[in-house]
Design a protein around this ligand. Structure first.
Ligand SMILES: Cc1ncc(COP(=O)(O)O)c(C=O)c1O
Length: 354
């Protein structure tokens, strides 16, 4: 007998959708100012090489994806300074700071950074602004028109779409030739992992959770260590197979549903954030008012709600002031796999647990 097992969050199970109306590059109206990469990290690495940022001074936020940025900074022997991220994800860029480049992260894809971006550009016409839109895939709309003030925009696909990897760097002042997608060892492992997860969710009792988790970890480690910088064949296939307008619609709808229904409840327990107009979110972030994140995460996991932490501090040796919310933030899944019934369940779990 089969039964559906409902889990919320975690890696995407494999689903090859029917042919979408528009392919990836047509949907986003790209104009050859972009180059595909194996991952967001590889796209960022390319930008550092292209801009010759070796030994240069870089300004980075005190809240970021350390496992991506620090190896690139180290490899390029950059001198870094940090700027502060406030607990509403707004930025405090020091007026007098000098740097050759600055990294702006579009946190969770929920805000608009145009005002601050334009201010930085006005004050520092020569600074290289790198807009990290890895958490805001849909900012790629109209050839990245929203981030015109940035020299570079970088993106990653596996956060938003069922794909083993894939990244993109965009610079509206340059044009690039399309590079061929390449065969990789992680494509098949990812496909196996996501198929296993799909069967597990469909109630295939022979499949153990650990088997697909292990395969996803393997695929992700191989992607991270891979030396080919081109996008993989399966990633390219996958990004061209998904109805991007439906993905954006569902994410927005789920986010707004949770926001509306948690607003009153959350007051004493956690902070939440309104989705800015026309933005497509990655997750629904909340900042707990008390420091009991590990306990909460474990309790949510027991109820099959898997929330991510952005971002864990692995081997972190800097003596900098991290934002207070760094230890209290949780990312709740609101992605395209879920509809209103799922959001009702998630709402119930959150209300019972937090
Ligand atoms: C803000 C940010 N930038 C870049 C990356 C790197 O992207 P990828 O995993 O595709 O290398 C991540 C990954 O989590 C991220 O969160």
């Amino acid at each position: 007998m089969k039964f559906d097992k409902k889990l919320y969050g975690g890696d995407f199970e494999y689903y090859a959708s029917s042919k979408p109306k528009l392919k990836f590059e047509d949907f986003f109206k790209l104009k050859n100012n972009h180059m595909f990469f194996s991952s967001g990290s590889n796209a960022l690495s390319f930008v550092f090489r292209n801009e010759k940022l070796k030994n240069k001074k870089i300004l980075i936020p005190n809240y970021c994806c350390w496992s991506t940025i620090l190896p690139i900074i180290k490899e390029n022997n950059c001198n870094i300074d940090f700027y502060k991220v406030n607990d509403d994800f707004s930025l405090e860029i020091p007026k007098k700071a000098y740097a050759d480049a600055i990294i702006i992260i579009n946190f969770f894809g929920i805000n608009d950074y145009n005002k601050i971006g334009l201010e930085i550009r006005k004050k520092n016409p020569d600074i290289c602004i790198i807009l990290d839109n890895v958490q805001a895939l849909f900012e790629l709309q109209n050839n990245g028109a929203n981030g015109k003030w940035a020299n570079w925009q970088i993106y990653s696909f596996r956060k938003f779409l069922a794909s083993p990897g894939g990244g993109l760097a965009l610079n509206i002042k340059k044009s690039f030739k399309l590079r061929k997608a390449v065969s990789t060892n992680y494509d098949n492992i990812w496909k196996k992992a996501s198929n296993l997860k799909k069967s597990f969710l469909e109630g295939e009792i022979k499949i153990k959770e650990e088997s697909y988790l292990k395969a996803f970890r393997n695929s992700s480690n191989l992607l991270r260590n891979n030396i080919k910088t081109n996008i993989s064949k399966l990633s390219f296939e996958q990004i061209n197979r998904q109805e991007l307008n439906i993905i954006s619609y569902r994410r927005k709808k789920n986010y707004k549903f949770l926001y509306k229904n948690l607003k009153k409840f959350s007051e004493k327990r956690f902070n939440l954030f309104e989705l800015k107009n026309k933005k497509t979110p990655l997750f629904f972030p909340i900042i707990l008012k008390n420091s009991y994140r590990e306990k909460c995460l474990n309790e949510l996991k027991l109820k099959n709600l898997f929330c991510a932490v952005h971002w864990p501090l692995i081997n972190f040796k800097f003596k900098i002031k991290l934002p207070k919310f760094n230890d209290n933030i949780i990312s709740i899944p609101i992605d395209q796999r879920y509809g209103e019934q799922d959001m009702l369940k998630i709402l119930k779990i959150l209300k019972e647990t937090l």
